[in-house]
Ligand binder design. Structure first.
Ligand SMILES: NC(=O)C1=CN([C@@H]2O[C@H](COP(=O)(O)OP(=O)(O)OC[C@H]3O[C@@H](n4cnc5c(N)ncnc54)[C@H](OP(=O)(O)O)[C@@H]3O)[C@@H](O)[C@H]2O)C=CC1
Ligand SMILES: O=C(CO)[C@H](O)[C@H](O)COP(=O)(O)O
Length: 470
């Protein structure tokens, strides 16, 4: 009865939705798209020519055109739009239909929508999608969570369209409730951390080593052939080679140094704070976006505190080698921080996340894909209950081997007055994490001194309070 109807529906035919839907159609599923903008619906018809793809601006036509139980994905801006789209669809849907929110929704919203839709007899899947336009078109990494029965129903489509690494699709059920959007949020937090580390590496290479854009291009391209191999290193190499259409210079030099943010990095830091899980690399990266946005104030501060600090140049080979080691050291620790947050959140929210599956599906399609994730996957396959991958033997030797270069480059950065908030936070996290004794005994004493907050002792059990100074 449904034979002339479409297999899969998409609401939102912008950058992600249009490309994702064309990808669905490439894999033999008929695909119907809805957007309020007639131009976008028409563009889908044109781009989808030769495949079973159609765009519409009518919600009624869209819903009526889909096979039941319906599989409807939303790729619309996160926030109120998602609720508004769901509310516009609901009166037309049948029990058992499924809505998949593929945008970057905040996980508490997903939790709420999950409950509300389940109570009304519909399935809801909060699914993180990563890979940008190209990923959506050719194979993203997909992080669906929620009811496992719902996942089984969309699994064939998602496995077909997802990126593949060694034949394995970069999609898996992430866990119960809002697990999919939680995992995507942390993915983006790691993304912020890695991007800022790369930006600091660029600053160090340029200011300490005097590398030109051409040399930066070649350096990053070479790094991408080695252990730093990753999407972000690859695109960074390409960025340094990009000429500016509007001037004779290189495009990177003409771009305003104010980084925007949509909120996923900040949410990661906020939730990590709520759970008490330290992720200082990601926190520092979010802070640096904030600092970058204060461009006018920074200009005033630069005039207020002029620096006559001489930058002692470093031989190019030395700085390139040290920065490569520091980046590798920091990449490992950034993934470790993000995954330790996920491990804790999974327990706290009862998501039931499989850490190996997360590392596996991040190996391809997404923005943080990297060769390193294969090693991380192996760690969690061998020790699924590890709270922090730094406790495994896998990275012990590599961290030991790259630690000295990280210290060396940071000393030079401090001497030269080059900001390295993210890289130095990463090293400090490592130093603190492996310190059996931290000076926080003094903080406990201070808390007890001014607020009778009590303390525990090293030498005996119990809770103590002292009348300090008496
Ligand atoms: N761009 C990226 O690289 C990535 C984005 N994401 C996430 O995916 C989601 C979509 O992002 P993206 O594709 O970039 O955003 P776009 O703004 O490019 O596309 C969103 C589309 O949704 C349409 N839309 C808005 N409201 C409605 C509605 N009520 N009914 C139907 N269509 C509607 C918009 O139309 P109109 O413009 O006319 O309002 C637009 O075509 C976001 O949550 C984003 O954070 C996730 C990973 C990567
Ligand atoms: O989800 C993504 C990739 O995985 C998006 O590209 C992300 O929204 C970019 O975030 P921001 O605008 O905050 O830098």
């Amino acid at each position: 009865m449904d034979t002339n109807k479409f297999d899969f529906g998409m609401v939102g035919l912008g950058v992600m939705g249009r490309n994702f839907l064309l990808n669905v159609a490439d894999h033999g599923f008929s695909a119907l798209g809805l957007d309020l903008d007639a131009e976008k619906a028409k563009a889908l018809d044109e781009e989808g020519a030769g495949r079973t793809v159609k765009g519409t601006t009518s919600t009624e036509e869209f819903v009526a055109g889909l096979k039941t139980p319906r599989r409807i994905m939303l790729l619309v801006p996160a926030g109120k739009v998602v609720d508004s789209v769901i509310n516009s669809l609901l009166p037309h849907l049948d029990q058992g239909d499924m809505i998949i929110d593929g945008g970057n929704s905040h996980f508490p919203d997903t939790e709420r929508r999950n409950k509300e839709l389940q109570e009304k007899g519909f399935y809801f899947v909060g699914a993180g999608v990563s890979g940008g336009a190209e990923g959506a078109r050719r194979g993203p990494s997909i992080m669906p969570g929620g009811n496992p029965k719902a996942y089984e129903h969309i699994r064939p489509v998602l496995e077909a369209v997802a990126a593949k690494v060694n034949g394995e699709p970069c999609v898996a059920h992430m866990g119960r409730g809002a697990a999919g959007h939680y995992v995507k949020m942390v993915h983006n937090g790691i993304e912020y951390g890695l991007m800022q580390l790369i930006a600091e590496a660029y600053d160090l290479l340029k200011k300490l080593g005097g590398l030109t854009n051409e040399e930066l291009h070649r350096t990053f391209a070479r790094w991408n052939e080695g252990r730093l191999q990753s999407f972000l290193i690859e695109i960074t190499a390409a960025i340094f080679a990009q000429k500016d259409d509007l001037t004779d210079g290189d495009l990177v030099d003409g771009i305003l140094d104010k980084a925007k943010q949509k909120g996923t990095g900040k949410w990661t830091s906020q939730n990590a704070m709520d759970l008490g899980i330290p992720i200082p690399t990601i926190d520092a990266a979010v802070t640096m976006r904030g600092l970058s946005a204060l461009k006018d104030e920074r200009s005033r501060a630069a005039a207020h505190y002029p620096s006559d600090r001489k930058i002692k140049s470093v031989e190019k080979g030395t700085i390139v080698s040290e920065v490569e080691q520091a980046l590798y050291f920091a990449f490992i620790i950034t993934y470790a921080q993000g995954l330790s947050l996920l491990d804790d959140a999974s327990k706290e929210h009862d998501y039931g996340c499989d850490m190996e599956a997360i590392a596996r599906i991040w190996r391809g399609g997404c923005i943080i894909r990297a060769a390193l994730l294969e090693d991380i996957r192996k760690v969690y396959r061998a020790q699924p209950d590890l709270t922090n991958m730094l406790l495994s033997n896998e990275f012990k030797d590599e961290l030991a081997a790259t630690e000295e270069a990280t210290r060396s480059v940071l000393k030079k950065a401090i001497d030269a007055g080059i900001p390295t908030l993210t890289l130095s936070s990463t090293l400090n996290y490592f130093d603190a994490y492996r310190s059996e004794r931290l000076p926080l005994n003094l903080v406990q004493a201070q808390r007890d001194f001014f607020g009778s907050h009590t303390y525990e002792r090293l030498d005996r059990e119990g809770i103590f309070h002292t009348e300090w100074g008496s």
